[in-house]
Design a protein. Structure first.
Length: 452
């Protein structure tokens, strides 16, 4: 009995038949759907086999046409004389990108976006496209966001507390001006692009170590006017702050007269965890500034995010930003409003959650199958990435370079550390937000070959 995965058996059968000449150069192979039907297997299995054939240079996928056989004489003999050049050319292409921030281009609802755009342009509200909009963002969109937060996160906030922006960093450019103290406590490790935003606004960074239960409260200082944290799924470690520590953090903020910036960036993707209450929903002191985004579920290119201010900061916000206009166009806000009001947002959240859960499971299974005890995996309970710690003496730069030589792109954890000397040298971020499910097993197989 053959114990190899079915997709590998299919891959090996094709390699054997291509070498025997059964399939000629430029001959089109059966479609994924047809081959899956003929073999009685899933489409994902066939896609994985074809992806592996592509990565090894046996076939190529031609858009709107299908998979064709490449000239293996060039693959086998041509690279014999010029192996260095052929290897460099072959590996210059990224075959598998385990990004943790981007989404698959195939996932964007293009036809629906086009239809809703037309609906917005033909609506009675089109006159608003010729005027400056509401300074905090369109009221209808803020109402939809408030309703979504109430249902999904148990948050009770008024639309008047919500401000629409064109990205988290631009949200922070506003928020930093609401604090009179110029020190911000940040998770160590933590978001490096967020750190730069604070630095560019003249803030001193107080790095606070992240433990298995979130940030170390004993390392906080009273002169920190802001605390930036990702308590529901810490970035990048995946640590989850328990309820008791959340309450302690809120009490500290009240006693220190400080505010907590809660970045709830991936709350839609909690796979093995019960629903984790956001700090904002249990805040009885009115000390939490809540950050939300459409990037993880919809598209980072959309550049649409928002923040929810505590009521005690609203007066100061209006005084300082009275003459600031919303940075997001009326049309884009209107499209998203329609998208949420007609129920598409909830359906998309459910779909992306299910897709990412399957891809997360596939990564865990593939790493276990190919790498076993040679690596350890953490942070897999939620989010769009896992942290892989590789045994041996190789460090991140070498591991990333070896992976690229095989056409696999993985990511360093080093940028997340302010104090580089405290960073683990052999940890890699493996994302699954953008990679196709069918590409997970062949991608991890190549990664194993690169590292071991």
């Amino acid at each position: 009995m053959n114990k190899k995965p079915i997709y590998e058996q299919i891959y090996e059968d094709f390699v054997r038949e291509i070498k025997r000449g059964r399939y000629r150069t430029n001959e089109r192979l059966p479609s994924v759907r047809q081959l899956a039907k003929d073999l009685g297997v899933s489409k994902t299995t066939v896609e994985s086999a074809y992806a592996l054939l592509i990565s090894e240079g046996y076939i190529e996928n031609i858009p709107s046409y299908g998979h064709i056989v490449l000239n293996i004489d060039t693959l086998i003999s041509g690279c014999g004389e010029k192996s260095s050049r052929c290897s460099k050319a072959q590996n210059s292409r990224i075959l598998y990108d385990f990004s943790y921030s981007d989404l698959s281009s195939e996932s964007f609802p293009l036809s629906l976006w086009r239809r809703l755009t037309n609906k917005a342009l033909l609506s009675e509200d089109i006159d608003k496209a010729s005027h400056y909009g509401d300074k905090q963002g369109e009221p209808e969109l803020r109402k939809e966001i408030a309703a979504y937060l109430r249902l999904s996160r148990g948050m009770l906030c008024d639309p008047d507390q919500i401000v629409i922006t064109c990205g988290i960093q631009y949200s922070l450019d506003i928020i930093v001006k609401l604090s009179d103290k110029r020190v911000v406590a940040m998770e160590e490790p933590g978001y490096y692009n967020i750190r730069d935003t604070f630095i560019n606004n003249g803030y001193e960074i107080l790095p606070v170590p992240v433990e298995k239960d979130g940030i170390d409260l004993d390392s906080l200082r009273d002169d920190a006017g802001l605390v930036f944290t990702t308590p529901s799924h810490q970035m990048p470690t995946g640590a989850v702050m328990p309820y008791s520590r959340r309450k302690q953090l809120l009490e500290w903020a009240e006693n220190a007269d400080s505010y907590i910036i809660e970045d709830d960036y991936d709350h839609e993707f909690l796979y093995d965890l019960k629903t984790v209450q956001p700090l904002q929903s249990i805040d009885t002191y009115d000390r939490v500034i809540y950050l939300g985004t459409f990037s993880k579920v919809f598209s980072p290119a959309l550049r649409l995010s928002y923040f929810v201010l505590p009521k005690k900061l609203l007066q100061k916000y209006h005084r300082l930003f009275h003459y600031y206009y919303c940075m997001v166009s009326w049309l884009q806000q209107r499209i998203i409003t329609l998208y949420m009001a007609e129920g598409y947002w909830e359906r998309r959240v459910n779909k992306i959650y299910s897709d990412n859960r399957r891809k997360r499971n596939a990564i865990l299974d593939a790493v276990k199958q190919y790498m076993g005890e040679k690596v350890s995996v953490s942070g897999s309970e939620g989010g769009t990435h896992v942290v892989v710690t590789v045994s041996g003496t190789r460090e991140q730069d070498e591991l990333i370079s070896l992976a690229l030589q095989k056409g696999v792109k993985v990511y360093s954890t080093m940028p997340f550390w302010l104090n580089k000397d405290k960073a683990p040298l052999n940890s890699i971020l493996l994302g699954f937000n953008a990679v196709r499910e069918a590409d997970v097993f062949p991608g991890i197989k190549l990664l194993n070959e690169a590292w071991f």
